[in-house]
Design a binder for this molecule. Structure first.
Ligand code: URA
Ligand code: SF4
Length: 207
């Protein structure tokens, strides 16, 4: 049996506080073009935190992560391994939409990183899925690994030490990449199969 988190009860309050901070954040220039910052959503008790890059148009309009076409595919990938959005938590490295969906710049990632760090320490996930290069390079570096390109590391799991214990970092391709490159969807499904296998292992170790 898993022991209850010492934070239980405090997570939603901490996340609500973080949302307020993000809503008024002007630490980088992306605040100027945003309609809504996107902190993230899902279960605050989830074992799995899926991290994307940055909000796009639909996310900026709605304030919700993965609300557009890439989100439809993400929902489908989750469904394919027996999960729904309510079973996981989903967020991004950067919380405001970069203009024209350009990738976030190094200084924007750096400016926004305290928000992601807070989010990680509130959620204390057992598994982090870094989707695409931006999230993978940030998180590999964050956990003391040499950053690598997604093509080299997708679907492989890395045991890393977080302040709340040993966790698994699993890089996967980004769902949006499969919208542009046919054939990648198959690879992406394989990455999510890796997540399924890790989860099955976790379940066994708790029995
Ligand atoms: N792409 C991302 O990286 N994040 C989203 O929330 C949507 C699309
Ligand atoms: Fe603040 Fe992050 Fe938005 Fe920049 S992207 S304004 S650091 S919340």
């Amino acid at each position: 049996m898993m022991s209850p988190s010492p934070q239980a009860g405090g997570r939603s309050e901490n996340m609500r506080q973080l949302l307020l901070e993000v809503q008024s954040c002007r630490r980088c220039g992306l605040w100027e073009g945003r309609r809504n910052p996107v902190l993230g959503e899902g279960s605050l008790d989830a074992k799995v935190f899926l991290v994307g890059e940055a909000p796009g148009r639909r996310e900026d309009e709605t304030g919700r992560p993965f609300a557009g076409a890439a989100g439809q595919l993400l929902n489908d990938l989750l469904r394919g391994i027996g999960l729904s959005r309510g079973d996981v938590y989903i967020g991004n490295v950067v919380k405001c939409r970069p203009p024209g969906n350009r990738p976030p710049r190094a200084e924007e990632i750096k400016a926004c990183s305290p928000h992601l760090e807070r989010q990680l320490s509130i959620l204390e996930p057992r598994i982090i899925v870094s989707m695409g290069n931006t999230a993978t390079q940030y998180l590999m570096t964050r956990f003391g690994l040499s950053p690598r390109y997604i093509g080299e590391v997708h679907g492989k799991s890395f045991r890393v030490e977080a302040p709340w214990g040993e966790i698994i970092l699993l890089p996967s391709y980004h769902p949006a990449s499969a919208l542009y490159m046919r054939g990648l969807e198959y690879v992406l499904r394989g990455d999510f199969e890796s997540l399924r296998r890790i989860l099955d292992g976790l379940v066994e170790s708790y029995d």
